[in-house]
Design a protein around this ligand. Sequence first.
Ligand code: NAD
Length: 277
Amino acid sequence: MNNFQGRVAFVTGAARGQGRSHAVAFAEAGADLVLCDRCEDSPVVGYPLATEADLAETVRLVEAAGRRVVSAKLDTADRAAVDALVARAHDELGRIDIAVANAGVTVAAPVQSMPSAMWGEAISSNLTGVFNTIGAVAPGMIERGYGRIVTISSMLGRAGNTNMAAYSASKWGVIGLTKSSALDLAQHGITVNAIAPGNISTPMIHNDMLYHMLRPDLEQPTADDVAPVFTSLHAQPVPWLEPEEITRVVLFFADEASAHISGTVLPVDAGNAGRVT
Ligand code: NAD
């Protein structure tokens, strides 16, 4: 059982999905939380992103666990906004010990017809947002000589797939960023590790855009219709995993005891890791 009593954890993209699961787990393990989410749709993302009500619900769940929380509606691609939240967190909660760079989007189109705006969205949210999160928290962690940073890549950060050039490139980028950051911060008691999830059961995969892309032969594809396609992306016979499976690994990397694990990528992808380097 992890114990994060007295720690402060920052989770980006915390309004719903995996981010909410991580935030609530940290709260239940005793940490105070710093939360952010964009809470706004993007014109080039083909499914709804989270809402302010979603973020308010995560805040409520953290407070219900008896923990303090500082939250903001912001885009992680906006470095000034991330810096401002980190400064507020330092004022109100004293520090940030743990950062989980989780915010991200999926965009999908063949590379030959992908609009630049779609490419830009994936790189901004999935890669620049992670850089901004690490850059914003690192100085305070260096000052205190302690930090645990966890980034979220993807099984598409170790392979490619049709329609996924931007997403895949951004998630390969997260791995390079993670490994290099781990080296830059190694002298300061800070670890940086990536998780590469398979299909995780959140609104990022359960949406009409993706369902239609995976089953173009059907007018109204359902979860049951797309499940076999998702299963084919894993080696074990399961279409998707629950966010809590990723949370367990986030908490492992965030633990004080994981002091000498840094610069690694841990796949949680129902065995697909066996197929990639
Ligand atoms: P999700 O869509 O439920 O959650 C992502 C959250 O990030 C949303 O609340 C969204 O509003 C927020 N967000 C997006 N862009 C943002 C930005 N620029 N600034 C601030 N907030 C932003 O999906 P999820 O599955 O919980 O995704 C979490 C992470 O896991 C993402 O990085 C995603 O790429 C990664 N991932 C997901 C899967 C999957 O199958 N669901 C697989 C591999 C990796």
